[in-house]
Ligand binder design. Structure first.
Ligand SMILES: Nc1ncnc2c1ncn2[C@@H]1O[C@H](COP(=O)(O)OP(=O)(O)OP(=O)(O)O)[C@@H](O)[C@H]1O
Length: 321
């Protein structure tokens, strides 16, 4: 199809994909749920693949969590085939309960399946359909968690092995993906989970963000997405400084840590706990308790952390046991 024949919204998506891809010449693998965002993304990828003469493929993950999920995955697969994808895989996955909640467990299973699919396609670039609205929701949820600027940083446009996970639509609103679906006669699937107020993200999407837009004026989602970008840069810099200051020893020197600014000190503590004991998901409360062994030391015996790990202060150092 000639480029000038594209609708305005479709063209916007095509340009976003082109920009995010830069000069990549890998196979383009679209992760498609059948929802409006990833369906519109898939349509844009068809055009980009044609223009760049790159192989394209799509993968639909069937989480098997709802009745009819296999039929829904098959319907998404048919839509993709009609769009021009000759390579479409449906990957059923087993969602294992890790205690992290059904959304998180489904995400873990999905990303593992996408990684496998990308590997089988020679290290394809994986394109995900997260939009600016998803990013704004992520920032608000991170803000409510109160765990610092990393949780405000939202999702990165590019991450994963060799930067092969791509979210080209992070700067684009959901209205545009919906419009692109209409322009191309696509019939997206509406995930019933996206309407279920049991999920915090759904409440943010359907109640909190519209209220903020109504009370503070339009552009809140845009501002939140910009906040994510700025927070990401700041968090990356602070993490790099903490990595540079890391002595790489099994114990940490209390005097040295006490002299550091709190932002750096707490990052060094988090890094040490992660690298020494694999404690990657510490709550802010746990981190503050360990920090208090430095800033509010009055002989407390130590701090107990998940996994039976204990941090003690002894002989001028912090030790893990
Ligand atoms: N079952 C799935 N199979 C393949 N990819 C998926 C699946 N679910 C989500 N994804 C990918 O992750 C992205 C984000 O999914 P999520 O469900 O969080 O957002 P969404 O805004 O509802 O997206 P969509 O409108 O595409 O469903 C999707 O756009 C898609 O790229």
């Amino acid at each position: 199809m000639a480029r000038r024949a594209l609708g305005h919204a479709t063209l916007t998506l095509v340009q976003a994909v082109e920009t995010a891809l830069a000069d990549s010449d890998r196979c383009l693998l679209v992760a498609c749920s059948g929802g409006p965002d990833s369906l519109a993304l898939a349509q844009a990828v068809v055009h980009v693949g044609r223009r760049r003469q790159l192989p394209i493929a799509a993968v639909v993950v069937d989480h098997g969590l709802q009745a009819g999920s296999a039929e829904q995955a098959a319907a998404a697969s048919s839509s993709l085939a009609r769009m021009g994808f000759t390579q479409v895989s449906v990957r059923p996955v087993e969602v294992i309960d890790s205690g992290a909640g059904p959304e998180g467990d489904a995400r873990t299973a999905r990303y593992r399946a996408l990684e496998l699919e990308a590997g089988e396609r020679g290290g394809a670039t994986v394109l995900l359909g997260h939009t600016r609205d998803d990013q704004a929701e992520t920032v608000l949820l991170g803000l409510a968690r109160g765990s610092g600027i990393r949780s405000l940083a939202g999702m990165a446009v590019r991450n994963g092995p060799d930067g092969r996970w791509l979210r080209p639509l992070l700067g684009i609103g959901r209205k545009v993906t919906e419009q692109a679906c209409r322009e191309n006669g696509l019939k997206p699937w509406q995930d019933p989970h996206n309407l279920d107020p049991a999920y915090a993200r759904v409440r943010v999407r359907r109640t909190v963000l519209p209220m903020l837009e109504a009370e503070l004026g339009p552009g809140v989602a845009d501002a939140l997405a910009r906040t994510a970008m700025l927070a990401r840069d700041d968090a990356d810099l602070l993490d790099a400084l903490a990595a540079e200051a890391d002595p790489g020893t099994a114990a940490l020197d209390c005097l040295q840590l006490e002299s550091l600014p709190p932002a750096l000190r707490r990052r060094m503590l988090a890094r040490w706990l992660r690298l020494e004991h694999g404690l990657g998901d510490l709550s802010a409360g746990h981190l503050f308790a360990v920090d208090a062994l430095l800033t509010d030391w009055h002989g407390q015996s130590g701090v107990d952390l998940p996994g039976g790990v204990r941090v003690r202060r002894a002989n001028g150092g912090l030790h893990l046991g």
